[in-house]
Design a protein around this ligand. Structure first.
Ligand code: ZN
Length: 288
C-alpha cells in the first residue's frame, strides 16, 4: 500500500508540476498523501514537483507534527527540530515548510491527497483588492460538484505554522457552517489548495475516471481492478474543455462586474483600475 500511494503521489506531483499547466514554477507548491493511520508522505523541501521522484517525498508521523498546532512558542528552530523528529527515516530529507498544514488537511474525512499550488489564473484574483468577492457565490452546478458549495478564503499569512493554524481555523468554521468539508481553499496573495480530485485509471485501452474519495474504499483497500493503474489525476476539470469553459464564464461574470463598477459612484479609482486590469489579463489568457 505505502509503495502504491507513494507512486501515485509522485505521478500526481509530476502532473501538477508540468509547466504547461502553469500551476507552480520551479520549487513552488507541495503535495501529500496519507500512508497509513500514523504516517503520511509529504514533499521534501528543496525539490520540484515537476521532476520529483519517490526519494523526494518524506514519510512523517502525524502525531508529532499535529502537536505543533496547539503548541506555544513555535519558532523556526522548534519547527525544524519537530519536523526532523517526526520524520520516519532519521537523517533523511527535510519535509516541506507546509507539513503541518498538510497533516491537518489529511485528517479530514475523504481527503487522501492534498495539493497546494500557485496557479497564475487563480492568483490573478487572490492578489487583487477585493479578490475575495470575486469567488463569492457559485455560477454553475459543475462548479459546485468540482469546487464545493463555497471556497474557503484564508487572509494572507506567513507560510509555516501561522498558515497551518489559519487554515485549521477556517476549515473548522466552514465545516460548522456548511456541514461538510471544503474542496478548495484559496489563500490571499498566495495560491490555492485542492482537496479531493478525479483519478483516471487505465487497463490496456480501457479507461475510467472516478472521484479520488471513491477510490479509497477502506483501510488498505482501493477500487482498483486487476491490471489497472493510475494514468492521471485532474482537478476540477473532469470534463475535457471544462477548465476553459469555466474560465470564459468567469470572464463574463467579471465583465458584468466591471460594468457595475464603472457606473458605481461608491467605487474608488484603485478598485476600478484593478477591475480593468483583471479583465485585460483574462482577455489575454482566453485569447479573445
Ligand atoms: Zn505556497
Amino acid at each position: 500500500m505505502s509503495q502504491d500511494v507513494l507512486s501515485e503521489l509522485v505521478a500526481l506531483s509530476n502532473r501538477i508540476g508540468d509547466p504547461a499547466n502553469d500551476f507552480v514554477i520551479l520549487g513552488e507548491g507541495n503535495t501529500s498523501t496519507r500512508c497509513d493511520a500514523e504516517t503520511f508522505y509529504v514533499k521534501a523541501s528543496g525539490t520540484e514537483l515537476r521532476t520529483i521522484k519517490a526519494e523526494g517525498m518524506v514519510r512523517v508521523r502525524f502525531e508529532t507534527v499535529l502537536k505543533l498546532l496547539d503548541a506555544e512558542g513555535v519558532d523556526d528552530q522548534v519547527m525544524k527540530d519537530t519536523l526532523a523528529a517526526a520524520s520516519v527515516d532519521a537523517g533523511g530529507k527535510r519535509p516541506s515548510v507546509e507539513t503541518v498544514m498538510h497533516a491537518f488537511l489529511l485528517q479530514l474525512e475523504g481527503v487522501s491527497f492534498v495539493a497546494h499550488t500557485h496557479p497564475t489564473v487563480v492568483n490573478a484574483i487572490t492578489c487583487a483588492k477585493d479578490g475575495q468577492q470575486a469567488f463569492v457565490g457559485r455560477l454553475f452546478p459543475d462548479e459546485i460538484v468540482c469546487c464545493g458549495v463555497a471556497p474557503i478564503w484564508v487572509p494572507y499569512t506567513d507560510p509555516g505554522i501561522d498558515l497551518a493554524r489559519q487554515v485549521r481555523d477556517q476549515v473548522r468554521r466552514y465545516v460548522e457552517e456548511h456541514g461538510l468539508r471544503p474542496k478548495v481553499i484559496l489563500m490571499q496573495n498566495h495560491g490555492m489548495i485542492a482537496l479531493g480530485a478525479t483519478l483516471h485509471l487505465r487497463r490496456g485501452d480501457e479507461m475510467r475516471s472516478l472521484p479520488l474519495e471513491a477510490f479509497f474504499l477502506d483501510y488498505r483497500k482501493q477500487d482498483r481492478r486487476p491490471g489497472e493503474f493510475v494514468a492521471g489525476v485532474s482537478f476540477a476539470d473532469a470534463a475535457p474543455g471544462l477548465r476553459i469553459y469555466k474560465l470564459s464564464k468567469r470572464f463574463d461574470q467579471l465583465a458584468e462586474l466591471r460594468n457595475g463598477i464603472r457606473h458605481s459612484r461608491t467605487v474608488d479609482e484603485v478598485t476600478r483600475k484593478e477591475g480593468e486590469a483583471a479583465i485585460l489579463w483574462f482577455k489575454q489568457v482566453l485569447g479573445q
